[in-house]
Ligand binder design. Structure first.
Ligand SMILES: Cc1cc2nc3c(=O)[nH]c(=O)nc-3n(C[C@H](O)[C@H](O)[C@H](O)COP(=O)(O)OP(=O)(O)OC[C@H]3O[C@@H](n4cnc5c(N)ncnc54)[C@H](O)[C@@H]3O)c2cc1C
Length: 404
């Protein structure tokens, strides 16, 4: 049996696990990341993740510190304006609120990149680091926590020892389950369709637009090509099933209508992947020699670009504590340290989950009083500069009225 020693084992090489590998290697830890599925780094290949991620400013700052940002920035579309459009009025009138990055003295409030491209660039970065390694295909089959460290069984007859294991193994996290950490899960009866559109009539002008009507938001997020945007269309399960029966031309027409024509006629470039919409919240983020990260700890509906950004807030907190412990000559997998990590993240995690949950429920509602409430919230948020700034920083869109 092959035996490996390292400082940190990261189970899961999704975007969160890969970014965690880069950030923790940058501060000097020896990191091994294991995933049973090798990352797909070509957008046109089968299995490619066609979603995109808008990195909010705190995430950009973390990636800058890790030396990753120059690579990613070269492929990112800056988002200058966050536009919320309420298209729910029966007479078809649109109510619009713009949140401009000038309000927070930044050239952009976020930067958007396709997920497959993030994987490609982070992998290329990891290959330049002697202290970071991706093992794929390689499954984490189990771990045994001892006072001296964790003993991890990997597929391929390999065993690994490390003082700390990070579970970035996704929403069904086998390591979270094995550690007996409870997770509360709820569903909204919604699904999301993810695809890329071409809009030849109008450029996006670096404006990210969320169109609310009923059933959930329809969000257009700029890509580097001025006439292409990534779309997340949330609606009820039966509505998404019906949309999936349409051919590309009919689907593009339906998307154009649902977008309230904000970018003119839309044509389909790529995608139509369907994602279930759920929320999930782990009761704690620590276990013996184990720290939960990203979707292993929390899942939320894709509104306001919160999912991976919340994961990077987890990572920033964990990296800070680990660096502090290492510099003090302490055990990086000690129970007290991991409990501090959990305590530090739980309040922010709960607030963001509650904020996105409230916005999603308001956006789903087809009842007139809730529409009115949504419009009032939009006016309040937009009219008051400090609230507007908070919204830009949090990237929560209309839901940020819950956040301050
Ligand atoms: C439609 C949609 C749009 C989104 N848009 C945004 C956005 O704009 N901004 C944002 O911040 N977030 C967004 N999100 C959220 C974001 O995409 C996710 O938070 C992120 O991709 C999840 O990453 P992850 O690495 O935690 O999980 P995953 O990508 O699920 O990765 C988990 C990995 O663990 C591996 N694994 C499983 N079991 C094992 C095992 N036993 N051993 C080793 N590895 C294992 C899996 O193979 C997988 O590769 C969106 C989500 C959706 C659904």
């Amino acid at each position: 049996m092959e035996r490996i020693d390292t400082d940190i084992l990261i189970a899961g090489g999704g975007i969160a696990g890969l970014l965690a590998s880069a950030v923790l290697a940058e501060i000097g830890f020896d990191v091994i990341c294991a995933d049973p599925v090798p990352p797909v780094t070509d957008g046109a290949a089968a299995g490619a993740d066609t979603r995109s991620t808008a990195f909010l400013m705190p995430s950009v700052q973390l990636l800058e510190r890790a030396g990753l940002w120059p690579r990613l920035a070269a492929h990112a579309a800056p988002l200058r304006i966050m536009r919320i459009v309420d298209a729910s009025a029966a007479e078809g009138a649109l109510e619009t609120a713009d949140f401009v990055s000038d309000d927070i003295d930044q050239p952009a409030f976020a930067y958007n990149l396709p997920n497959w491209l993030i994987r490609r660039e982070v992998l290329a970065h990891l290959q330049t680091r002697a202290n970071a390694q991706l093992l794929a295909p390689c499954r984490v089959e189990g771990m045994l926590a001892r006072s001296s460290g964790a003993i991890v069984t990997l597929s391929g007859n390999r065993q690994l020892r490390a003082p700390l294991v990070i579970a970035a193994d996704g929403r069904n996290s086998p390591l979270r389950k094995a550690a007996g950490i409870a997770a509360k899960k709820w569903s909204y009866g919604q699904k999301a369709l993810v695809f890329v559109v071409h809009h030849p009539d109008l450029p996006h002008e670096n404006v990210s637009t969320e169109v609310h009507k009923s059933g959930g938001p329809f969000t257009l997020v700029p890509l580097p090509d001025a006439h292409q945007s990534a779309v997340v269309w949330m609606a009820t399960g039966p509505e998404i099933a019906a949309l999936n029966t349409l051919d590309d031309a009919a689907f593009a027409q339906a998307a154009t209508a649902r977008s309230a024509h904000v970018l003119g006629a839309l044509t389909l470039v790529a995608g139509r992947a369907t994602w279930p919409i759920i929320a999930q919240q782990a009761a704690r983020l620590d276990g013996p020699r184990l720290a939960l990260l990203a979707e292993a700890a929390h899942v939320i509906p894709p509104i306001g670009a919160q999912g991976l950004n919340m994961s990077l807030a987890d990572l920033a907190a964990l990296a800070g504590l680990l660096a502090e412990a290492r510099n003090a000559g302490q055990d990086i997998g000690a129970p007290a340290l991991l409990a501090r990590y959990s305590r530090a993240r739980l309040p922010d995690m709960a607030a963001r989950i509650a904020g996105v949950d409230a916005l999603n429920r308001a956006s789903m509602a087809s009842a007139a009083p809730l529409h009115g409430l949504r419009r009032q919230g939009l006016k309040l948020l937009h009219g008051v500069k400090p609230l507007r700034k908070a919204a830009m920083f949090a990237g929560l869109g209309a839901g940020a009225r819950q956040a301050p």
